[in-house]
Design a binder for this molecule. Sequence first.
Ligand code: GDP
Ligand code: MG
Length: 229
Amino acid sequence: MEESLQSPPRAPTRTVELQLSLLEGNDRQAARNRRRFRELGLTALNLVSSPGAGKTTLLERTLTEFGRTTRCAAVVGDLATDRDAQRLGRSGAPVAQITTGSACHLDAGMVARAVEKLDLSGARLLFIENVGNLVCPASFDLGEKLRVVLLSAAEGEDKPLKYPPIFKSAHVVLLTKIDVAAVLGFDRAAAAENVRRIAPQAKLLELSARSGDGIEQWYDLLGTLTAKG
Ligand SMILES: Nc1nc2c(ncn2[C@@H]2O[C@H](COP(=O)(O)OP(=O)(O)O)[C@@H](O)[C@H]2O)c(=O)[nH]1
Ligand SMILES: [Mg+2]
């Protein structure tokens, strides 16, 4: 019993070097993705949250409603299954699933390979649904223009305080599932205050992909991304 509680041996210096070179390689690929998206006339959004915060539900609705007038595409990452790609594909939008196996985040190379599989003709927005995780995706630039972090009413108001890097890297924070905030005892004002404290740079929207409350503000924001060019 005692032995199983011991930590495995580690080589910290080497780990740091590997991580740095991994991130440098990722940043180079992210820069290539950014150039490619620009050539294609695409604006890419990287959606990040805990598992279950409502990324796919928001995208299902967005691809169906906003996608009616503005062609959109999506790539979606999970460790296993193509369940989310199937859900999103019902909208008729081009969608590719990335299965990462054990990786807790998408990287720029995975996104580049997935994007090559899609027919992006006429598409203006590319939604990248990241693997559900509030930690690892913070370090991996995918070449997106906007990083969108979702925080659902089911997770508690304190998550920005506990996981600051991802919130600090956000351009937009969405407080989601506001339709059930009251029943969950989720204090929207306190959550918003925590977001503003940790991520003053981020635009903050509150919405429910189920009831549709607040969704127009999300579409307005998407509209500003596709308005010119
Ligand atoms: N009440 C409520 N439930 C939601 C909302 N959005 C998503 N859900 C539910 O939350 C669960 C996880 O949603 P999903 O979109 O798969 O989350 P993801 O893991 O972030 O992609 C599902 O059971 C959804 O039906 C919402 O706005 N309100
Ligand atoms: Mg999902």
